[in-house]
Design a protein around this ligand. Sequence first.
Ligand SMILES: CC(C)(COP(=O)(O)OP(=O)(O)OC[C@H]1O[C@@H](n2cnc3c(N)ncnc32)[C@H](O)[C@@H]1OP(=O)(O)O)[C@@H](O)C(=O)NCCC(=O)NCCS
Length: 337
Amino acid sequence: MGGDRAQPGAMILGVGGNLPARVVTNQDLTQWMETSDAWIVERTGIRARRWISEDTGASELAVPAVKQALERASARLEDVECIIFATLSPDHHFPGSGCFLQQHLGLPGIPALDVRNQCSGFLYGLSIADAWIRLGQYRRVLLVGAEIHSTGLDLSTAGRDVTCLFGDGAGALLLGPSEAGRGVLATRLHADGRYAKSLWIEAPNSRAVPARLTHAMLDEGKHFTRMNGRHVFTMAVSRMPEVIHEALSASGHELSELALFVPHQANQRITEAVAAQLGLPEEKVFSNIETIGNTTAASIPLALRDAEDQGRLKRGDLVVLASFGAGFTWAASVVRW
Ligand SMILES: CC(C)(COP(=O)(O)OP(=O)(O)OC[C@H]1O[C@@H](n2cnc3c(N)ncnc32)[C@H](O)[C@@H]1OP(=O)(O)O)[C@@H](O)C(=O)NCCC(=O)NCCS
């Protein structure tokens, strides 16, 4: 047995995903902002993303993803012992989206934890799920990543750098104790709050006196995501290869054994730069950003679902998951599929 496990850790029993039906192409964005399909495709690899078209919380978008994960795991809803919900766009400021999801699923009483680690939220959540299962605290953990970005995007030209990237989506895993050496072998997590404001939303904020949301804040667009794109890019392409090597080394495995690299789908250029640094050929790198954009905490489970559907994940494959995002936070997990 390689990796960090004193006791068997978490194995992925089933994966699911859900996207809103509304497709928003790069051409569609040109009705609101000065941009072009060519610019967005060249800089990001994104051609379209999905946005909700009516009031829907991240917790509601997650429900079909959860049902698909349970179905693929041949599990029943009643088997779920706890919920971990990763999101940067919770339904409401509080309580957490995990509580709302629990209500939609009809599972009163089980614990529901929200994880607020942006693009790395899903891997932070995976690490918690793995630890709980390893401790024997829970045997069936529902891990969800879900985002509604579309209602928080600046559709004017001032927001075009951010708006062209993000889409809505939800993904879910059902996790249980590992069997036959499968599952999470090692995870490494990092954060560096010195750069918290390189990718953030300033308002509403509870530190502002006299009020956390004012007309002035709205007029200044402080409720929209702001990003220093170049800073994010340069940090992502250096931190992701580092944490991947770190997690691989903790797992006792080598890059040459890797069957598939499934990165957080931040931006196709970041994925390609990281893969190039690792020396990975295209066929070992998974990407689905072209049609769904960056879905933050949902992107890794959605990528796993699509990779499984495309026959690119086979039982026993060594898989590396990695992320980088706001905080800054970054993480990698080595998984035996
Ligand atoms: C956002 C990103 C694509 C911008 O590309 P870039 O080459 O760094 O571009 P810059 O930010 O330097 O901007 C260059 C110009 O393009 C413009 N631009 C930005 N977004 C644009 C868009 N969607 N369409 C057209 N032009 C755009 C800028 O306004 C700027 O114009 P200016 O020179 O007149 O000021 C790039 O920085 C990036 O990919 N960063 C990583 C972001 C990321 O992955 N975030 C998610 C992390 S989870």
